[in-house]
Design a protein around this ligand. Structure first.
Ligand SMILES: Nc1ncnc2c1ncn2[C@@H]1O[C@H](COP(=O)(O)OP(=O)(O)OP(=O)(O)O)[C@@H](O)[C@H]1O
Ligand SMILES: [Mg+2]
Length: 268
């Protein structure tokens, strides 16, 4: 058992210690240790199949590590203390909108349902939570619009609103920038930054969009089965250095490089 002070429990949202995870008998995460504190906005990047979604599923308690400890708010992930505390927007969540006929408000309201209250009529408390979540994600004017009519960015906002309506203070967002145009992307990133800085939320955001991640988050974790980099976003190594870390040799190594290439969108 890890003994921590009350202050640490409050400020430390996540602690992963030496975790290794297998999926279908294959090791997908190797010896991962991460600590995330209240208010952190962390970018989780890495190549396809690098284990980003598996890591989020481990934090949610959906995947059990073979080795190591996972502590969320000082408890095991599936513990009842953590019920409703962690909001998850899954990868490609925005794809479902074409088949379901519900309004923005109805979608966000789903965030207030739990296995204990789903048969009850909506009370004032739930209504307040939904009102607040709609306001926080900036969709007041769209609240009665069918979600199939939303743009990619608006739908991501609505999905984040659903997570906020459950009063989760720790949000795990798996590729929320996919299908979002440039200007909506900027306002979405601003919203996430605001949630961390002014509303005490803590966010881990998976993305392949390195320029967006570098500009918006203050810490980046580069994951490729194990952690290859964990540090301030501004210190993320450039493409050449990262390739060396990953053990990739330059096929054009006979050429003398004339400049250093910064990582760009689509590089990971
Ligand atoms: N349901 C599953 N059963 C078995 N193995 C899986 C399953 N889902 C993913 N994997 C494997 O786990 C490894 C990590 O996959 P994961 O989806 O976590 O990577 P990722 O970094 O999220 O990739 P992407 O950027 O493509 O979303 C991959 O080798 C993948 O093939
Ligand atoms: Mg993934």
């Amino acid at each position: 058992m890890i003994i921590v002070s009350n202050k640490e429990i409050i400020d430390q949202i996540l602690k992963l210690r030496n975790i290794s995870v297998l999926r279908s008998g294959v090791q997908v995460l190797d010896n991962i240790s991460i600590e995330v504190n209240k208010g952190d906005f962390v970018g989780l990047v890495g190549p396809n199949g690098g284990g980003k979604t598996s890591l989020l599923l481990t934090i949610l308690g959906e995947l059990k590590p073979l080795k190591g400890d996972v502590m969320v708010y000082g408890h095991e992930p599936a513990c009842r203390h953590n019920s409703g505390m962690v909001g998850w927007v899954p990868q490609a969540a925005s794809n479902f909108s074409g088949n379901i006929r519900i309004s923005v408000r109805e979608l966000i309201n789903l965030g207030t349902l739990s296995k204990n209250n789903f048969l009850r009529r909506m009370d004032d408390n739930s209504r307040d939570k939904v009102d607040q979540a709609i306001k926080m994600v900036g969709l007041i004017e769209m609240e009665n619009v069918d979600i199939s009519r939303l743009s990619g960015g608006q739908l991501q906002r609505a999905l984040i609103g659903k997570a906020l309506a459950s009063e989760s203070n720790f949000l795990l967002l798996d590729e929320p920038l996919v299908g979002v145009d440039r200007s909506s992307k900027n306002s979405l990133l601003k919203l996430l930054d605001d949630l961390c800085h002014h509303h005490g939320k803590t966010i881990i955001m998976v993305s392949h969009d390195l320029s967006a991640v570098t500009q918006s988050t203050h810490r980046i974790i580069y994951l490729e089965k194990s952690i290859q980099f964990d540090g301030p976003s501004k210190e993320l190594p450039d493409l050449n250095d990262l390739a060396k870390i990953r053990g990739i040799t330059d096929p054009h190594s006979t050429h003398i490089p004339t400049h250093t290439t910064k990582l760009k969108r689509g590089d990971v």
